[in-house]
Design a protein around this ligand. Sequence first.
Ligand code: FES
Ligand SMILES: [Fe+2]
Length: 432
Amino acid sequence: MTATPPLATGVAWDAEQPSHRRYSIDRYLDPAVAVLEFERLWPCVWQLACSIDHVRVPGDFFEHRCGDLSVLIIRGDDGELRAFQNVCRHRGNLLCQGAGQGLTEIRCGFHNWSWSLAGQLREVPSRRGFGPLRNEDVPLLPARVDTWGPLVFVNLDLEAQPLNEWLEGVPDDVGWVGIEDFGCSVTTTTPVSCNWKIISEGFSETYHVQGLHPEMIASFDDVHAAQHLWDRHAVSYQLYGVPSPRLGSTVTDLDVWDSFCFTQGRRLGCKADRTLPMPEHGGSAFELLADAIRTHNAANGVDLTRFDDDDILGLRQYNLFPNTTVLVSADSFNVLVARPSRVVDQAELFTLHFDRLPPGAPRAHRPEDITNPLDAERLGLVFNQDVRIMSSLQRGLRQPGFTETIVSSEERRIINTHRVMATYLADNQAPS
Ligand code: FES
Ligand SMILES: [Fe+2]
């Protein structure tokens, strides 16, 4: 059994003094704010782009999009992972779109200029017409790329601080899970009619569970979920398999079991939105659920016996500034990215689903990438509820009598993100 990891140290929220903050709706609606974000925020921060499984083999590539910014991530012939701004140095065409494999060169589809996978110019048709033009003077424009476990991040700022420093205490806090043992099986990309911050904020608080996810509160303690803030990033520690205190003392073990199966049943082998019969013996619903998850994983060759029940039923929700949520427990690992747009009420939700791999199992080459899966059963009841409320929020913000949101200290991760965001938008020289 692993010891329950201690809370990380860092900036503490003064929970003794609950209070609220108010935020102008301009942050979500004003095109000038989006302009500032694309000028001062997105080119300066580490952004989660894809999984290592997208770019594992030489010739694999992945186009990371952030509004109209585009970064090409490529595994070179030499095994090195590199990133480039996705633009042809001739007249500016995008070089590659989407994701793929088997690339042996980077060739522009407009006039056929080509570069090596390391970004060196190799070929210019009718080169004589350009006069003196040295290959070494026209490489692809580089971007930074680095990895944390199976996650690939990029940064357009070549002077940015290293990724492992940027991530503050997060990797240490989750080190006991061993995220490098997870492989990416599926990604989804869902256009959503809202500002990107609406998506991020939806995954930055659990206050909404009692309102939006009533099916879940019989199996989730949404009242005692501890939160911790570093400087730019934050985490919430959430316990599942127990009922919300909001429901009083009448909740039975069967209620807890059914609620968990209905909302997270896939973790114990249950079909979406269904339930399984609860074993008659073996302990509380909490213990039975942890055992059922261990049994389901064992059937797939994954041994979870070294993790205690809290490690399995305790979910850690990390909010990585500015737009990424990482959800981790001993058996589950999922990542949610709110991709922005210069159009203030358009965004994309990009999700990456990982499976813990049996020891020695080959990693899948190239996850299945699914676009617009809103009606797909695989997203599940709770996630669909999360996504569907987002466009409702954005339209609500447009009502003329509504000028500011009111955010409580329970939603402190949202408050912290606004605080850090202000340092970027107010000052082009914000520390990276
Ligand atoms: S724009 Fe790429 S070769 Fe001309
Ligand atoms: Fe939710």
